[in-house]
Structures are given as structure tokens and as C-alpha cells.
Design a protein around this ligand. Structure first.
Ligand SMILES: Nc1ncnc2c1ncn2[C@@H]1O[C@H](COP(=O)(O)OP(=O)(O)O)[C@@H](O)[C@H]1O
Ligand SMILES: [Mg+2]
Length: 392
């Protein structure tokens, strides 16, 4: 069918034609936002899931939900090799200047800017050439202890108070949260604790890999009382079919049941793969309904595309010993697997694999779903590894 009209959208962060199966989480965040706006307490939300399950597109949708409820949305992502403050500070500066432009009397916004100025000079963080206006003086005793866990909550409190003064609320949307180190994550959690204690209108909606609940728990043992971790997984069979069928039907098309079976057989309900198979099948079909044969032909291209992009970008960042470790894991199937079994397959001792294992965890290629267990962070990665390196 006409590729220009193709509704499917395979790609990191590409909005799907229909966001299927996420209504419950959207509702949870709507309730969170409404409650916090009214000064009631509610757990903030951290979406967790493997790569390609749809965390980023859902986070974007949740940002729109917050905007519709008149939240000021501050959105950014954690980066592997950049300090959290260096990413956060310019965003907070912009937020405070936005609040400053809103109607309202009082000095809380200027106090927020003063706290930010303190924090910037204490941690030697730059927010670019412009900095914070010369007419704002850093506030002695606020956000200047040099301890991130003390200073960030101070700053966030002053921002929460500024929002109250301007009769608004703030939503902090952070993607790739797993890239924060333990101290940064701890400081963020303490900040959210402060928001709750003071009933300030600031919510956190974040997303990241399934390691996050454990990382947050290690950083602050009480994090579970502050944060809820909805897990995004593959779509149910019904939702997976809907994600393919509805966009086709909406364009006056049809797709046969056995074609949907075949798509599901390959994608197992993972959103990224659904978009890929939907996209390629649409392009292959020369007329409606889309048939089994179209999907079969599309599968070859889909696998090639995924191998060349989705899987390959991650594979390309690995050194040979890491590739070998993952290939060993892949031999055992999709996982999770005990570290000991990986060592056995590779005919090595568990202890000697320690450093490779640690660097793969750090790079976010694998995670530990339970003590002593390892799993891939990318769905169907075992199959890819066996294609990429046929012989162990
Ligand atoms: N609920 C959904 N229904 C259908 N497709 C989805 C859904 N969520 C995400 N997708 C598709 O999956 C792909 C990956 O989404 P993305 O948000 O980048 O995943 P993640 O951030 O978890 O890696 C995109 O092509 C997107 O269009
Ligand atoms: Mg993402």
C-alpha cells in the first residue's frame, strides 16, 4: 500500500498511531496530578521496562496529561556520561523564569532563583553564558552545604513554594532515570520526600530500565513509599492485534486473522516490533486485506531492519569480551539466567566473569531481575546474538 500513507511508526520515541494498553497508567498519573494539585499526597510514578516497550512515548503522553491539568512540565533525560545537576539546572532556571513571568505577587520565585544560584556556585555547575541575573543574590544557608542530598531538596522546596505562590504546579518528567548515580538518585528521592512532607505541588514522572526499583531502594530504603513503579511489558495478544488492526481499519483497510497471528508470532507483543512488522507489512501489501504472504515477506525485511538498527546500535558499543559474555547468555535462551550457568556455557569461572558482568550492567545491556540472575534489557536480544555470532 501507499508508503506515504503508512501509519506505523517504528523508532525510538516515535508516537504510535494508537497508544494501546496504557489507559490504566494514564489514569493513575491523572489521579496523581489532580491530587497533588489539591495538596493531597500521592506516590509519584516511575515507569519501568525493557528497551522498546514504549516508555518514552508514554512519558510524552503523560506530559500532555499534566499540561492539560495546567502543570508546568519540565522534561529531559538522564545521560550516561553527564552529571544530573548539569542537565537539571538549566531546566530549573528556565522554569523559574517562566514562573517569574506569571502573574502573582510575593518573593518566592526570586527566592527560588537565589537558591538555584547558591546551588550552581556550590556545585560549580554552569547554566550557560547567561547564568542567573546579577540582581539575584545567592541565598546563604540555602542549597549551599555541598551535600547534594541536602541542597537539591532545598532547591526543590523553594521551587515548590514558588509554584504555590504562582498558583500552579510542576511536573518533572525524566526519561532514562537509570543513568543517575546513587547519590543523584538519593537526592531526587529525598526531594520528593520533602515535597510530600510539605504538601508542595511538584510531581515526578520518570521512566527507565527495570533495574530502577532496586537502584532507588539501595539509594533510599523508603523510596517504595514515595514512588510507584508500573511495569510496561509486551502488549497482551488482544492489545497487540488492536495496535496493528485499528490503524489499518481507520484507513479503510483490512488485515486477515492469520496475518495477525503471524505478526504476533514474531513480535510477541513488544511495541517496537509491532510497529516494525506493521510498517513493513503495509508496504509489502499490494491490496487490502493484508495477507499472511505479505507478512511473511515483511518478516525478512523487519528482521534485517531491527538487526541493522535497534539491536546493532547496542551491539556496536561492546568490546569483544562483552560480546562473548552476551553470546554465552544467548545460548541459554531469553532468560533470566543464573550467572553460574553463563559461566558454565563459556567454560569459565563465575569470579573471572565479574568485571565483564559489571560493565554490561553499567552499560544497561543486562540487568539483574533477582539476586544472582541476569537478563537482557532488550527484548529478543538472545535471538539477535545468535544471528550476529552464529557459533559460540
Ligand atoms: N502502547 C503502544 N502501542 C503501540 N505501539 C507502541 C506503544 N508504545 C510504544 N509503541 C511503539 O514502540 C516503539 C518504541 O517506543 P519507545 O517509547 O521509544 O520505547 P522505550 O522508550 O521503552 O524504549 C515506538 O515505535 C512506538 O511507536
Ligand atoms: Mg526510551
Amino acid at each position: 500500500m501507499d508508503p506515504i500513507e503508512n501509519p506505523f511508526a517504528p523508532g525510538a520515541g516515535s508516537p504510535p498511531p494508537e497508544l494501546v494498553g496504557r489507559d490504566q497508567i494514564i489514569e493513575q498519573v491523572r489521579i496523581l496530578a489532580e491530587r497533588v494539585k489539591r495538596g493531597r499526597s500521592e506516590k509519584s510514578v516511575v515507569l519501568t521496562g525493557l528497551r522498546g516497550v514504549g516508555k518514552t512515548v508514554l512519558l510524552n503522553r503523560l506530559g500532555s496529561v499534566a499540561s492539560e491539568l495546567e502543570y508546568r512540565v519540565v522534561q529531559f533525560e538522564g545521560l550516561e556520561d553527564k552529571a544530573f545537576l548539569a542537565i537539571l539546572a538549566p531546566q530549573l532556571r528556565k522554569l523559574l523564569y517562566d514562573l517569574d513571568r506569571m502573574a502573582g505577587a510575593g518573593d518566592k520565585v526570586r527566592r527560588g532563583l537565589a537558591a538555584l544560584k547558591s546551588l550552581l556556585s556550590t556545585f560549580k555547575v554552569s547554566v550557560g553564558e547567561v547564568g542567573i541575573g546579577l540582581d539575584i543574590n545567592a541565598s546563604p544557608g540555602v542549597a549551599d552545604s555541598g551535600e547534594l542530598e541536602v541542597d537539591l531538596p532545598d532547591l526543590m522546596q523553594s521551587i515548590g513554594e514558588a509554584a504555590v505562590e504562582r498558583k500552579t504546579a510542576v511536573a518533572l518528567l525524566i526519561d532514562e532515570l537509570q543513568y543517575l548515580d546513587s547519590e543523584e538518585l538519593g537526592a531526587l528521592i529525598v526531594s520528593m520526600h520533602r515535597m510530600q512532607q510539605k504538601s508542595l505541588p511538584l510531581i515526578l514522572v520518570a521512566a527507565g530500565l527495570p533495574t530502577l526499583p532496586a537502584l532507588a531502594g539501595e539509594a533510599k530504603s523508603y523510596s517504595e513509599r514515595l514512588l510507584s513503579y508500573p511495569e510496561l511489558g509486551p502488549l497482551s495478544r488482544e492489545d497487540a492485534d488492536k495496535a496493528v488492526r485499528d490503524p489499518v481499519v481507520e484507513r479503510e483497510g483490512r488485515i486477515r486473522a492469520d496475518a495477525l497471528d503471524e505478526i504476533y508470532r514474531h513480535t510477541r507483543g513488544y511495541p517496537y516490533f509491532i510497529q516494525m512488522w506493521g510498517y513493513q507489512s503495509w508496504n509489502r501489501a499490494s491490496r487490502f486485506p493484508i495477507e499472511l504472504g505479505d507478512v511473511k515477506a515483511a518478516s525478512t525485511v523487519s528482521v534485517q531492519e531491527l538487526d541493522a538498527n535497534f539491536f546493532r546500535v547496542r551491539f556496536g558499543r561492546l568490546i569483544p569480551s562483552e560480546k562473548r559474555f552476551l553470546r554465552g547468555m544467548a545460548e541459554l535462551g531469553p532468560g533470566p539466567h543464573p550467572t553460574g550457568s553463563v559461566a558454565d556455557v563459556l567454560k569459565m569461572r563465575s569470579t573471572s566473569l565479574g568485571p565483564v558482568r559489571a560493565s554490561l550492567l553499567r552499560k544497561g545491556m543486562i540487568y539483574s531481575p533477582a539476586h544472582g540472575q541476569l537478563a537482557f534489557t532488550v527484548p529478543l536480544f538472545d535471538e539477535f546474538m545468535r544471528r550476529a555470532i552464529p557459533d559460540l
